[in-house]
Write a protein that binds this ligand. Structure first.
Ligand code: HEM
Length: 80
């Protein structure tokens, strides 16, 4: 799967270059994070091992992502 086309669904909250604080959550800027960090966080939202006060939002976003989707998204976002 292609990271840029998957990321279309994320832009509204995270910004086109990942620099926007989603829904005003200060600590969740994804721009500047490594591929491994991003992939591990997305997997963590899926399996309930990661997240903050608004993790339910990301659980619903990540549950439909395959491992390949997560790898592609993490690669794409890590290059912002
Ligand atoms: C957190 C990626 C879609 C709102 C995160 C984090 C990542 C991420 C990697 C963790 C940031 C960190 O803790 O360092 C993505 C991707 C998306 C997506 C790849 C698309 C597949 C969305 C959408 C929304 C959203 C559509 C808004 C409806 C949030 C919020 C947090 C967050 C509020 C903080 C959640 C918490 O409290 O743990 N996102 N996101 N995201 N994202 Fe997304």
């Amino acid at each position: 799967s292609d990271g840029s086309s998957e990321y279309v669904k994320c832009k509204g909250c995270h910004g086109s270059d990942g620099s926007k604080a989603p829904l005003g959550v200060d600590s969740a800027i994804i721009k500047g994070q490594s591929k491994a960090e991003i992939a591990n966080k997305l997997k963590g939202y899926k399996d309930d091992t990661y997240g903050g006060a608004k993790k339910s939002i990301m659980k619903s976003q990540s549950k439909r992502l395959s491992d390949d989707d997560i790898a592609a998204l993490a690669d794409y976002i890590s290059k912002f």
